[in-house]
Design a protein around this ligand. Structure first.
Ligand code: KG4
Ligand code: ZN
Length: 347
């Protein structure tokens, strides 16, 4: 039996989970998100302090729920990056203390690859080769994956704003509550006409298209939405919030789905695994399902609770690293706010 404890504190969620022999035993999350609505963005210092307060209670709750004692834990996996430096440091410090006290190895795991690894807990073993699309508040990346514990190639990513970041910024422009992503999704679905306004897709034509087949650029789109709203305001016209949201969402989801499926065909992979907080987006899920079916590609996306940040994703990646025989991280490892997406574990 191999039991791995996973700890995630890269942003505002304190997540602790236990995976035993590839099976999720418990996954407990505490969040400080409610504290940021009035600021319109995460305040790193508040997030770090919240992790400090939540760490021990969240760990205790996960152990109790899994009915596992600390002495039964064989290895500890913890997010080492990418993420906020203070938040990461709280999780890594806790994991180091546990590693030292229990005499068990520690694995400084990559948060982005964790967003993909969690899918195995839900949808079963990965195929030998797949393309990963990770879309979150901080990342939009396309990865060619032969082995998530050691053979990952970054095909492309955002050259400016990540998808979730663009949604949160446009949410603010449209006067929606923070974080805007989920609200844009909801108003678009319930009241929006996605064909009413066509916003530009980034890197859409000519030289840019050829040079960046798997990259994303969403900041021009965000500016286009801002200009559109400003124009209406200057003319004293009503702002059709739901139609703007739906048109904006369509531009992003069109690009994400098209480029990730193109990437699958380019490398000969017949499976796309999707993860990250933004993969909760309902239009992205619908477009991927529709377009992948036409191209004979299988899409795997975990349920929404495993798309946003959680401990299960780190326990899942940790379990893969342990069973693959990958060397653990040294006890004096540092955190890395910009951890390379091709590096599954901190050396
Ligand atoms: O992966 P995640 O929980 O945290 C990061 O690692 O960044 O992703 C959070 C991001 C936020 O930008 C949030 O607005 C976005 O995911 N998000 C959504 C939806 N749910 C969460 N964006 C669009 N549609 C949604 N339904
Ligand atoms: Zn994340």
């Amino acid at each position: 039996m191999t039991t791995v404890l996973g700890i995630e504190t890269s942003c505002d969620e304190t997540g602790v989970a236990l995976v035993r022999d590839g099976e999720l035993l418990a996954d407990v999350t505490a969040t400080s998100m409610d504290e940021y609505a009035r600021f319109g963005g995460i305040i790193p210092e508040i997030a770090s302090r919240a992790h400090l307060e939540s760490m021990v209670p969240t760990l205790s709750a996960a152990l109790e729920k899994a009915n596992v004692s600390l002495s039964e834990v064989d290895a500890i996996a913890v997010t080492a990056g990418p993420g906020l430096i203070g938040s990461l440091t709280v999780g890594v410090s806790a994991a180091k203390a546990l590693s030292l006290a229990l005499g068990k190895p520690i694995y400084g795991a990559n948060h982005i690859l964790g967003h993909l690894a969690v899918d195995e807990l839900v949808d079963g073993p990965f195929p030998e080769h797949f393309v990963g699309l990770v879309v979150s508040g901080g990342h939009s990346s396309i990865l060619d994956v032969h082995d998530i514990t050691g053979d990952v190639h970054e095909m492309g990513g955002t050259i400016d704003d990540a998808a979730g970041e663009a949604f949160d910024k446009v949410g603010r422009i449209l006067g929606l509550p923070y974080p805007g992503g989920v609200h844009i999704d909801r108003v678009s679905r319930e009241e929006g006409d996605r064909t009413a306004i066509r916003f530009p897709r980034g890197l859409e034509g000519g030289k840019n298209k050829a040079k960046h087949p798997y990259d994303f650029s969403f900041s021009g789109l965000k500016t286009a939405v801002a200009r559109y709203v400003e124009g209406l305001e200057t003319r004293g016209e009503d702002i059709p919030v739901a139609n703007i949201a739906a048109g904006f969402q369509e531009a992003i989801d069109d690009t994400l789905s098209e480029k990730s499926l193109n990437a699958c065909e380019a490398v000969g992979a017949d499976t796309l695994v999707v993860g990250g907080g933004f993969s909760a987006n309902s239009r992205l899920r619908a477009l991927l399902a529709e377009r992948a079916a036409k191209r004979g590609i299988t899409v795997r996306i975990p349920p929404i609770r495993y798309c946003t940040d959680n401990g299960a994703m780190i326990a899942a990646l940790g379990y893969k690293l342990v069973t693959a025989g990958v060397a653990p991280s040294p006890l004096d490892m540092t955190v890395d706010t910009n951890m390379d997406l091709e590096q599954p574990v901190m050396a």
